[in-house]
Design a protein around this ligand. Structure first.
Ligand SMILES: *Cc1c(COP(=O)(O)O)cnc(C)c1O
Length: 236
């Protein structure tokens, strides 16, 4: 069903359906249901909290080709866990974290695909770098040899107004297009991870290459979003 909606959005936007990766987000979903998703063909899952992801990875070692993407804000002291098992990390937003992740990855003899998270809504409540800081940040990343930079990630403003949501996605795409002129060799900018259950079709129309979808696949979550990111108390 989500696949069909992705295909329809691609068609509206004149895009190839193969240019958009659906990343199912399995936070709060238990092992039994994840095993069903695996049986149905799912090989890559997104999790917001690293401990939950690590726990599931450990419990499902028998599913050797099931890979994990950590998509939520990460404290530096938990970089060690990500370095141990994750295949992708989508919320890189500080040099201290990049440095720690790189050191732990070198130690593990691993490398990691990373996305730089950008705050495109200018809300204090959102994680991510302000857009104007991303160019300098990118210039500092080549020194971290275990990090393979793939592109940018954002959460749009949570708004019922589609225009405001769309503006966040446009901002990320335009930032990526500007960065293309300046980023050092080896820094990838092909990927734009944007769009969730409520807004992935708009994100695809604006160029998303990865959509992170939980509730539209697995059903509504009981855990409120404020558990995963600070929620704005005043409207901007
Ligand atoms: C949970 C989560 C999603 C998916 O949200 P849904 O509303 O379940 O689609 C996307 N991105 C991040 C960072 C998340 O934590």
């Amino acid at each position: 069903m989500v696949q069909a909606r992705i295909a329809a959005a691609c068609q509206r936007a004149g895009r190839d359906v193969g240019s958009v990766r659906l990343l199912p987000v399995s936070k709060t979903i238990d092992e039994a249901r994840i095993r069903l998703a695996y049986a149905a063909g799912c090989r890559f899952l997104g999790e917001n909290k690293v401990q939950e992801a690590h726990h599931k990875w450990e419990a499902m070692q028998d599913l050797a080709d099931l890979r994990w993407s950590v998509i939520g804000h990460l404290q530096t002291n938990k970089a060690k866990l990500v370095a141990r098992f994750a295949h992708e990390f989508q919320a890189l937003d500080s040099l201290r974290l990049a440095e720690t992740l790189d050191r732990r990855l070198q130690h593990e003899g691993r490398s990691l695909d990373v996305f730089v998270q950008v705050n495109t809504s200018a809300e204090d409540s959102k994680y991510g770098l302000p857009p104007e800081q991303v160019a300098d940040f990118m210039h500092a990343l080549p020194q971290f040899g275990a990090l393979r930079v793939r592109g940018l990630m954002t959460l749009a403003m949570f708004s019922a107004e589609a225009d405001q949501v769309r503006a966040c996605f446009v901002r990320l795409r335009e930032l990526r297009d500007r960065l293309r002129q300046t980023v050092p060799d080896g820094i990838g900018l092909e990927e734009l991870s944007m769009g969730m259950s409520g807004d992935f079709e708009i994100a695809i129309e604006e160029g998303a290459t990865v959509v992170r979808v939980g509730q539209a696949i697995f059903g509504a979550r009981a855990v409120p979003d404020s558990h995963y990111w600070p929620v704005a108390t005043t409207s901007p």
